[in-house]
Design a protein around this ligand. Structure first.
Ligand code: CMC
Length: 434
């Protein structure tokens, strides 16, 4: 902890007068955090904060968000600069290692990722156990979890070299796992990775190539995917990353921890929102229906939410949404889809919502998922794969956080406490006496 700027607070029991000093530790940026050790030690209390609204579960040096300013930094670098100048694998290196690579480091990292792209054939056979209409996120979670049954030579989590090989393996193989899920759903043969292609071109190749035809991934498509992946690579202690940390804190196999993250990401309040946004736009259908739809959202009876809007941390524009919206204009124009009706509808929906008192007063702005699906669709990625695309990019963040946690000598198993509201102690009564 950075001690500069630490502040002291006092917690006093107003009945007994017992007082304890609590220290607030300052970070390098953002609000200080109150060290609540004395609350339990001196007062026998737990703190209560459902949904972690105000609780920092860890210290971290990876990603910083200022939700009021709409700012996102990866290892200190603004997302806007990385989106403009960097590449997904360079960002992956940055997130994992903490510094931007020099040319040789990037080349060797890229080579290593390229060398680990293939899946063990036994893993490929597992796909056959899934029905063709299984959701790809279910397949991806299962295959990633199954990787725990492989690579026994390199899963000593306390060995730095093992951790690095794990990191390269999962980052390299997650596109192969995703593409195989897609091919299985289509009933097409799996397409093996091509290590002469860059990360995103190889992904497109594994998605769209078929054995009977030549396929040349479009560099424009690969570039668009690369940018989307940069934007999705990490987002500090979000639900899926916190899941990976919690699972990983037990010392479990790292593939099992990543699989837990995939499952957490799937929910519509989290990464599943990109798929839900397209479903919502399709259901609205036409600009003329936007006011009626927003009325349904606002009356709150049916539990309808404006998907792709709102965020736990951003109370201002999600900077990623701004970049994706601009990218939508460029990509759709370059792909010859400039009159894309879904995009027109989304723009109108955003415009109307941002003038509506309901959304304004609650500081609800478009988030990263509002526009990403429109780009994925323009690239030919099917709706059911949108959250999988998010998972591919976020794997980097999960791994960076898992590594940071395991390397921390202060790591403890994550074990939240509770406010118990159930029955008090009572005695068992045999069936005939109830
Ligand atoms: N549509 C309508 N009302 C909303 C929405 C929305 N999308 N989001 C929040 N609200 C309302 C909510 O009803 C509440 O109103 P009130 O104070 O009157 O009860 C208020 O705004 C605060 O909402 P909350 O649910 O307490 O906020 P939260 O921080 O717990 O939830 C959220 C954040 C992202 C889960 C939520 O905004 C949401 O469900 N959004 C839609 C799903 C979505 O787009 N998720 C993607 C998030 S970004 C990518 C990612 O994390 O993976």
């Amino acid at each position: 902890m950075n001690k500069t700027g630490d502040k002291r607070y006092q917690l006093t029991n107003l009945e007994t007068g017992q007082a304890s000093e609590l220290e607030a530790h300052a970070g390098t940026l953002g609000p200080a955090v109150l060290d609540i050790g004395a609350v339990g030690r001196d007062h026998g209390l737990f703190t209560y904060d459902p949904g972690f609204m105000a609780t920092a579960a860890t210290a971290s040096r990876i990603t910083y968000i200022d939700g009021d300013a709409g700012m996102l930094l990866y290892r200190g670098y603004p997302i806007e600069q990385l989106a403009e100048h960097s590449s997904f694998l360079e960002v992956a290196y940055l997130l994992l290692k903490g510094e931007l690579p020099v040319a040789g480091e990037l080349a060797s990292f890229t080579r290593s990722i390229g060398e680990h792209t293939m899946l063990n054939e036994s893993l490929l056979r597992l796909y056959g156990g899934f029905h063709h209409d299984a959701h790809p996120m279910a397949m991806v979670a299962a295959i990633v979890a199954s990787m725990s049954a492989f690579y026994h030579d390199t899963t000593n989590i306390y060995d730095e070299h093992h951790r690095e090989i794990f990191a390269h393996r999962i980052i390299a193989k997650i596109p192969t796992i995703a593409a195989a899920a897609y091919k299985h759903a289509l009933g097409q043969p799996f397409v093996y990775p091509r290590n002469d292609l860059d990360y995103c071109s190889n992904l497109l190749h594994m998605f769209f190539a078929v054995p009977c035809d030549a396929y040349h991934p479009d560099p424009l498509h690969a570039q668009a995917l690369d940018l989307l992946f940069i934007l999705h690579a990490d987002h500090e202690q979000n639900a899926s990353t916190s899941t990976v940390r919690l699972a990983g804190s037990t010392g479990c196999n790292p593939y099992a921890a990543i699989s837990a993250g995939v499952s957490a990401l799937w929910g519509p309040a989290h990464g599943g929102a990109n798929e839900a946004v397209l479903e919502m736009l399709e259901a609205i259908g036409d600009v003329s229906q936007v006011p009626a739809f927003l009325d349904r959202v606002k009356d709150r009876k049916g539990g309808v939410r404006l998907m792709g809007f709102g965020h736990r941390v951003y109370k201002n524009f999600d900077p990623r949404a701004k970049i994706i919206r601009a990218m939508c204009h460029q990509v759709l124009e370059r792909l010859g889809h400039s009159d894309n009706p879904m995009f027109e509808l989304a723009l109108k929906l955003e415009e109307i919502a941002l003038q509506d008192e309901y959304f304004v007063s609650r500081k609800l702005y478009p988030n990263v998922d509002f526009y990403s699906g429109i780009i994925y669709r323009a690239l030919g990625i099917p709706q059911s794969m949108f959250t999988v695309m998010f998972a591919i990019a976020r794997t980097v963040g999960w791994v960076a956080h898992w590594q940071e946690m395991i390397a921390d000598p202060a790591m403890k198993i994550g074990r939240p406490r509770q406010l118990y509201l159930g029955a008090t102690r009572r005695d068992y009564r045999p069936l005939e006496q109830r």
